[in-house]
Design a protein around this ligand. Structure first.
Ligand code: SAH
Length: 492
């Protein structure tokens, strides 16, 4: 098994600092014996500008088989090891993960006495694994790494390059790139996710694996859209361990949410709310318009995507026709405030069973969001950088595919009517763009066409004859739903 990690340097931060961070000198090749063979660490390149470390694992096949045989005690022996001929020596990701944690143990914990500030800072990273066993294929590889901030290239490796008709093997050539992660985070992602993709462990999974998983998953696993798959596969599908881990992850999430900063945040977010909410009841008008559109659509199970502090969720709860309401936001802080607003912890069982708040990013596909009647994107799209918008578009209209989608966004033409808004300014510091009516309609029609929806537009707030309304709303209805379920006939 072979893996490389590369970084590039910048002024004052030579790339060779990677050696300090890994506690392995770039000038020499080193060998470490592991329980299953020998790990080699060496640097194919190391200068100020670029530095690459390679980890090569040579597996002692006999040791592997011997150990495999002797460990039937705690339960079933690993079927993959029952045979002498298998791919483990070449591809065992769990062996690589064990080697990673052994050879780079300090780096994995983010400890670096020589360069503590570098260890705590994100750096440009490129990781390459030429042959990674990936059960679930390139799509799952992306689903696991992208939510963590990696750009992922996962090319399937053909079974035999000379016989393309044989199709692809279960290996991918993986390249991960990011600038937003620390080395310790990167190593912890690999430590957990490589074996998860391999989906076969070379050892019997016992209860202390839960601790290992939670330690390595600190800061990223709670809230990962594939948290359940990761947990279950990492723990070799041992259900009792998986449940234990999931419960503990839930506690982590709650603890994160329940930090003492909340009061402060409450104020900060209060100050940050859309500026138009104070002088006019536009926010109220908007919620009324959205509720009306949802009622018209007949939706019962509703997603509020980018739910913020949960005002709409609160309104939805008041109407019993909405039987399941899920608020989704990327910001744990916003969700904390939402949870307090809704008094989730003091809610009766019946109410509580109707509502859920989940953390997630709309820039990534998320299977938890599939199968709903309707989704709302209220004043959310303008918070994404334009180049990220197609990702949200696909995640909502292409992947989650609710029957109805209600989108609201500011109408930039109306900004001249805001007395307090200096010319050329957007309404909120975090708005990445604001659209004219024409721009919004063009976008919405393109999205509808691409994903099989029809779309209608409505104004929210006073519809100025010249510049239109302050908020514009689009309601999308899926084209195929009626014909698929045959309801169209009845309705007609
Ligand atoms: N829907 C609410 C809040 C709008 S503010 C309302 O109408 O009042 C925009 C919200 O979108 C914020 O809470 C922000 O955290 C969230 N958001 C921004 N980008 C997101 C993303 N990529 N995924 C999920 N939520 C996001």
């Amino acid at each position: 098994m072979f893996l490389t990690i590369s970084t590039t340097g910048s002024a004052g931060n030579p790339a060779t600092d990677l050696g300090f961070l890994l506690h392995k000198h770039p000038g020499k090749a080193q060998r470490f014996s592991t329980s299953h063979g020998t790990a080699h660490v060496f640097y194919p390149e190391a200068d100020e500008r670029r530095c690459t470390v390679a980890l090569l694992l040579e597996i002692d096949t006999l040791a592997l088989v011997r150990r495999g045989k002797g460990k039937g005690r705690g339960g079933a022996p690993d079927a993959a090891l029952a045979q002498y001929v298998n791919d483990r020596p070449y591809a065992a990701s769990s062996l690589l993960a064990v080697a990673l944690s052994g050879v780079f143990s300090s780096a994995l914990r983010g400890v670096c006495t020589a360069r503590p500030e570098r260890a705590a800072t994100a750096l440009p990273l490129r990781i390459e694994v030429p042959a990674l066993p990936a059960r679930g294929g390139p799509e799952l590889v992306r689903g696991l790494f992208e939510p963590l901030g990696w750009r992922v290239t996962a090319d399937p490796v053909p079974l035999d390059a000379e016989f393309p008709q044989w199709g692809d093997s279960r290996y991918v050539h993986l390249v991960l790139e990011a600038e937003t992660l620390t080395l310790a985070e990167a190593l912890r992602h690999l430590y957990v996710l490589l074996p998860v993709l391999d989906d076969a462990k070379h050892y019997w999974v016992s209860a202390d694996e839960v601790d290992k998983l939670l330690r390595a998953g600190e800061g990223w696993l709670a809230g990962h859209p594939e948290q359940k798959l990761i947990t279950s596969r990492y723990l070799s599908r041992r259900w009792s361990l998986t449940r234990q881990a999931m419960e503990r992850l839930e506690l982590v999430r709650l603890a994160e949410a329940d930090d003492s900063e909340v009061e402060e945040i409450d104020n900060a977010v209060g100050a940050e709310t859309e500026e138009e909410e104070r002088p006019t009841p536009l926010a109220v008008l908007r919620r009324e318009a959205i509720l009306a559109a949802l009622r018209d659509s007949g939706a019962a199970r509703v997603l509020d995507l980018g739910c913020g502090q949960g005002q709409l969720v609160q309104e939805l709860l008041k109407d019993v026709r909405f039987t399941e309401i899920v608020g989704v936001d990327v910001s744990v802080r916003a969700l904390t405030i939402a949870s307090r607003r809704l008094k989730l912890d003091r809610m009766g069982e019946r109410q509580a069973s109707r509502v859920r708040l989940v953390q997630g990013s709309l820039a990534y596909t998320d299977n938890r969001l599939k199968g709903y009647d309707a989704a709302v994107l209220s004043e959310v799209i303008e918070h994404l950088d334009l180049p990220r918008l197609p990702a949200l578009e696909y995640a909502v209209f292409g992947h989650a595919r609710p029957r109805t989608v209600v989108v609201t966004t500011p109408n930039v033409e109306y900004n001249v009517r805001w007395e307090t808004l200096p010319a050329g300014h957007v309404r909120h510091g975090d708005h990445r763009f604001e659209w004219t009516r024409e721009e919004f309609r063009t976008w919405a029609r393109t999205v509808a066409e691409r994903h099989g929806y029809s779309v209608e537009f409505a104004p929210v707030g006073p519809d100025d004859p010249e510049v239109g309304p302050p908020t514009q709303m689009a309601t999308f209805a899926m084209n195929t739903a009626a014909t698929e379920t045959g309801k169209e006939v009845k309705a007609a």
